[in-house]
Design a protein around this ligand. Structure first.
Ligand code: 5GP
Ligand code: ZN
Length: 115
């Protein structure tokens, strides 16, 4: 998607310091961190949201949730204290960037329910 900011980050059109990167995903610090650790994990492939995923994306989603996020939580020292993973979807879900992303937040106590 030529006008998608996260596609531009994924394809290096916008230079970004990656916290982690492999052939399927890139993770980088959020521009406006809401916690001491606030990383975004995105697929390099453009997927608008969780609603736009298909069976083809199962391996990618399992990679993000079962491998990349736990690995990053350990690497960023928030695994033991705990962390929150969020994928906002749609208007009332609070999604502002229309490219699937998982927020990884930690380093402070979280409230529930979120606002
Ligand atoms: P959403 O509101 O869609 O769940 O989350 C989008 C997130 O992307 C927000 O937390 C926002 O701060 C972050 N963001 C938006 N544009 C950029 C950008 O250009 N660079 C980075 N690093 N983060 C961004
Ligand atoms: Zn995109």
């Amino acid at each position: 998607m030529s006008d998608c900011i996260f596609c531009k980050i994924a394809n290096k059109e916008i230079p970004t310091q990656a916290v982690y990167e492999d052939d399927m995903v890139i993770a980088f610090n959020d521009l406006e961190p809401q916690a001491p650790v606030h990383v975004l994990v995105i697929p390099k492939k453009h997927i608008a949201s969780l609603l736009a995923t298909t069976a083809e994306d199962k391996e990618l989603l399992a990679h993000i949730t079962c491998e990349v996020i736990p690995m990053l939580a350990k690497k960023l020292n928030i695994a033991e204290t705990g962390f929150r993973t969020v994928a906002n979807t749609g208007e009332e879900g609070g999604q502002t960037v229309q490219h699937l992303h998982f927020h990884l937040l930690g380093g402070r106590s979280m409230q529930w329910p979120p606002g």
